[in-house]
Design a protein around this ligand. Structure first.
Ligand SMILES: [Zn+2]
Length: 54
């Protein structure tokens, strides 16, 4: 899943690394334009909770 650089707002950056821990997935990014690094963490369970949400 691509992300947008929080510093220079360059879109569509591919994750440089992916780590899973339980039901969470962390993606590490590095911007090719300004070299900014950041990590995005997502909950995989969000896709499985539709029954509870409804
Ligand atoms: Zn950037």
């Amino acid at each position: 899943m691509t992300d947008t650089c929080p510093t220079c707002l360059k879109p569509g950056i591919e994750p440089a690394l992916e780590r899973r821990r339980g039901n969470r997935t962390r993606h590490g990014y590095q911007c090719p334009r300004c070299s900014q690094q950041w990590i995005t963490e997502r909950l995989d369970a969000a896709y499985d909770d539709r029954q509870d949400a409804a």
